[in-house]
Design a binder for this molecule. Structure first.
Ligand code: S3P
Length: 163
């Protein structure tokens, strides 16, 4: 079974995913890192040289490959931008939506050059993107976790609901 973490940029998918994988004794996969390793370029470089659309195509293939793993998988915040990914994720039993308030998310991602969809954007632009995505995270999620709390609290809540 793949335990998939979804949520906006800065929600803590990688940090919480790593800890959850340790606790569950499962491998941890970060979808962006998986893409970078296979492609040989950073996410920012792929966006810059090939555009977001091409990145989304690469992301679809990577998600397909990773969803067959018995692992904890942290996805990129825009994974729900692609209908094919939403379809694949709906077939997956355990998708956990990590979420915290937009002000907190913004402070975690602002001016992060490794995040092309956050870098150089104003608070209002980020908020608009977040608002557009919320219903999609909600649509595929088995549970929503308030990730403004410490990592251990989030992992404990997830473990309780998996028990
Ligand atoms: C993106 C989020 C990123 C990464 C890419 C696009 C997005 O992942 O996949 O930069 O559109 O929200 P994180 O959520 O880990 O930052």
């Amino acid at each position: 079974m793949t335990i998939v973490l979804v949520g906006f940029m800065g929600a803590g998918k990688t940090t919480i995913g790593k800890r959850l994988a340790q606790v569950l004794d499962k491998p941890f996969i970060d979808l962006d890192s998986y893409i970078v390793e296979k492609d040989g370029r950073s996410i920012a470089e792929i966006f810059k040289t090939e555009g977001q659309e091409k990145f989304r195509q690469i992301e679809v293939c990577a998600l397909k490959e990773c969803l067959s793993q018995d692992a904890v998988l942290a996805t990129g915040g825009g994974v729900i931008e692609t209908p094919e990914n939403i379809h694949m994720l709906k077939m997956n039993q355990v998708n956990i939506w990590l979420d915290t308030d937009i002000q907190e998310l913004y402070s975690r991602i602002t001016d992060d050059e490794s995040r092309p969809n956050a870098n150089g954007r104003t608070f209002l632009q980020i908020k608009e993107l977040y608002n557009r995505r919320v219903s999609r995270y909600n649509e595929i999620a088995f549970m929503q976790v308030d990730s403004s709390r410490c990592v251990d609290d989030c992992v404990r809540e997830i473990m309780d609901s998996l028990a």
